[in-house]
Design a protein around this ligand. Structure first.
Ligand SMILES: C[S@@+](CC[C@H](N)C(=O)[O-])C[C@H]1O[C@@H](n2cnc3c(N)ncnc32)[C@H](O)[C@@H]1O
Length: 240
């Protein structure tokens, strides 16, 4: 489906700021899931935007660059000019430039973290900090704060579907807190894609992580899900 260049009546224009039409308070199907989902949202919401200097100084800058390169290749390989894109768990909109370079025609981004969606809106509108050195994006966008592994997105996005591409980068694993959420994630993806549309996704390989742990590599992520082990030294602590 090709559509959505500025001026298209069915979509918001690129010059007007995208509005969050939905504010969703996660209601999981179990206490564990509720708590987990809320903690994930809080964790990402609390993360502030880094300056370019801070980003370059990160101990995992090379991993971040590798991740970005992988996403760039996926986006370039699978996007055709004018494609309508659904970006599940879009985060702060770090991939907006990739979709712009690939000449996407319409973009819907959804993420559970309100703070990240604010950053994403700022980035899309081009009025970010002084590091913003580029023109505004050419495609219209709709940015939504919500739980894309709980909501029935075919209802929420009835006016936007179908999509040529659904993307979920470094986030699909968050749907695996319960089987119901994992099924909702897959169902959202398949119902929102047009016939013959493409899903692209990336996620950590659990086997590699477990293997590294068994090999004695002390993996310490300073976030709420990975408690510190064995009093690691400073250089063993990686901020995620
Ligand atoms: C590692 S970040 C990846 C962000 C972005 N896709 C990227 O590649 O830069 C994981 C993202 O998943 C989002 N997320 C986690 N669970 C979610 C859910 N149930 N619904 C929507 N977004 C979720 C987080 O808020 C966070 O922005």
């Amino acid at each position: 489906m090709k559509r959505g260049y500025p001026g298209s009546p069915s979509n918001s224009s690129a010059s007007s700021p995208p509005k969050s039409r939905l504010k969703y308070t996660p209601k999981g199907d179990a206490d564990f899931s509720n708590d987990f989902v809320q903690r994930v949202a809080d964790h990402y919401s609390a993360r502030t935007n880094q300056t370019l200097e801070e980003r370059e100084a990160s101990p995992i800058i090379h991993l971040k660059k590798l991740n970005n390169w992988i996403k760039s290749v996926l986006v370039q390989q699978h996007t055709e000019q004018g494609d309508a894109v659904l970006d599940l768990a879009c985060g702060k909109g770090g991939d907006l430039i990739k979709w712009d370079k690939a000449k996407a025609g319409y973009y819907v981004g959804i993420d559970i973290a309100e703070g990240s969606m604010e950053d994403c809106r700022t980035r899309y509108n081009g009025d970010a900090d002084h590091h913003q050195r580029r023109k505004k994006f050419t495609f219209p966008a709709r940015l939504i704060c919500g739980d894309c592994f709980e909501l029935r997105l075919d209802e929420v996005l009835a006016d936007d579907a179908p999509f040529d591409i659904v993307s979920c980068q470094f986030a699909l694993h968050y749907s695996w807190s319960t089987e119901a959420r994992a099924r909702r994630a897959l169902s959202n993806i398949s119902t929102l894609l047009r016939p013959g549309g493409t899903f692209i996704g990336t996620m950590p390989d659990a086997n590699v992580i477990i293997k590294k742990l068994r090999e004695g590599f002390v993996l310490c992520l300073s976030n709420i899900f990975f408690p510190m082990k064995n009093n690691p030294s400073k250089d063993q602590i990686y901020k995620s």
